[in-house]
Ligand binder design. Structure first.
Ligand SMILES: *Cc1c(COP(=O)(O)O)cnc(C)c1O
Length: 365
């Protein structure tokens, strides 16, 4: 049985270094707000080619803290609308709702799975203040067009980079396009911690400062609280682990690209539609997602041999939690029925991949 992803295998090659780093943190006697977080923030901001990075508790908090920072700085007010794709993980929408803002669910392009400028423009109302593109599965949303729209309508852009660490367009990295960006280091992401972790990147000093303040109980100076903050800090242990894994991220991305190229070249069954690459944008393949009208039969056929997953089986606007959203988004409804994610991890070897490809090519209905 070829597993979809085994995190112990993903982390095997870092094992010795991680243990040394943990020992270093344990021996330091300092576990929150210390040198490891600071160093990771510097290293990650350089990696993303952004001026500032702030380590926070997780990806959801990163999104929520950016919106809270914009609210408390007066860039937004309660009830403002945020345009967000409905074919994403629910965190993208929850950060909006829980900040007192209104998500406006939108359909993606059926080929790239990402929002398009055309769809976004059709959703803009007098209350729209933010566009939140999600770089789904590791491919950048069309940022040139999105930034032009944002300029035209005077909107803020929040990139959800939870699946796109290292993705780039004309040499510019995910997280450096919008007004701010949220990253998740959930263990299964392309850059994953060994627990919950996240980061905010931005080139805006005021926003970076406000996120830092909000994430630490609204406090800069101990027992002095300037704003209504929360507790959401990247801890020293996770920061130390992420510093190691960040140095291998480019190699991991290259390996995933090789796997993706092989899938793209070798899968030749007309019952499947393969993922499409957009021009000049470098995909980092958090997921390799095919489309098929025969998903159920295919999953049964692969069942005992290859584990596959569905990202995502229910679009956000169809979740019970958003039962009142009452929107008609046919592309997302179709994708929820047809998408299937194939294994594409750093521990998948070529032989295993060949077996998957063979099984797919011999699949019949
Ligand atoms: C994983 C993910 C998040 C949330 O990250 P957590 O660290 O789990 O809170 C947000 N958005 C997208 C698109 C994600 O894939």
């Amino acid at each position: 049985m070829i597993k979809f992803c085994q995190l112990n295998k993903v982390n095997e090659k870092f094992n010795a270094q991680i243990k040394l780093a943990c020992e270093r943190v344990i021996d330091s006697g300092w576990y929150i707000q210390g040198v490891e977080k600071k160093a990771f923030e510097t290293e990650f901001s350089h990696y993303c080619q952004c001026k500032y990075a702030v380590g926070v508790g997780n990806g959801y908090d990163a999104l929520m803290l950016i919106l809270k920072a914009w609210l408390t700085l007066g860039y937004l007010k309660e009830g403002d609308e945020v345009i967000v794709p409905t074919n994403s993980f629910i965190a993208s929408a929850l950060a909006i709702t829980n900040s007192g803002l209104r998500p406006v669910f939108s359909d993606p392009d059926p080929q790239t799975f990402n929002l398009t400028a055309k769809v976004i423009e059709s959703k803009i109302s007098s209350k729209t203040r933010v566009i939140m593109p999600v770089h789904l599965y590791g491919q950048l949303a069309p940022m040139t067009e999105i930034l032009l729209l944002a300029k035209k309508y005077n909107l803020l852009v929040l990139e959800d980079c939870a699946q796109a660490h290292g993705a780039s367009f004309h040499g510019k990295k995910a997280g450096a396009f919008g007004d701010a960006a949220a990253f998740s280091f959930y263990p299964g992401k392309n850059l994953g911690a060994l627990g919950d972790a996240g980061a905010v990147t931005t080139n805006n000093e005021k926003v970076a400062k406000q996120v830092r303040l909000l994430s630490n109980y609204g406090s800069e100076e101990k027992y002095k609280h300037n704003v209504i903050g929360v507790n959401s800090r990247l801890d020293e242990m996770q920061a130390a682990i992420l510093r190691i894994k960040l140095t291998y991220l480019e190699d991991d991305i290259l390996y995933k690209r090789k796997l993706a190229q092989r899938y793209l070249q070798k899968i030749n069954n007309f019952l499947f539609e393969l993922p499409q690459l957009t021009n000049n944008s470098s995909h980092v393949w958090h997921q390799f997602v095919i489309k098929t009208k025969y998903r159920k039969v295919l999953q049964c056929y692969l069942q005992s041999k290859v584990e596959t997953l569905v990202h995502y089986p229910i679009p956000i606007h169809k979740q019970q939690a958003y039962a009142d959203s009452n929107t008609y988004l046919p592309v997302s409804d179709m994708l929820a029925k047809e998408v299937l994610s194939l294994p594409i991890t750093s521990h998948l070897d070529i032989k295993e991949q060949d077996e998957i490809i063979h099984l797919l090519n011999t699949f019949n209905i």
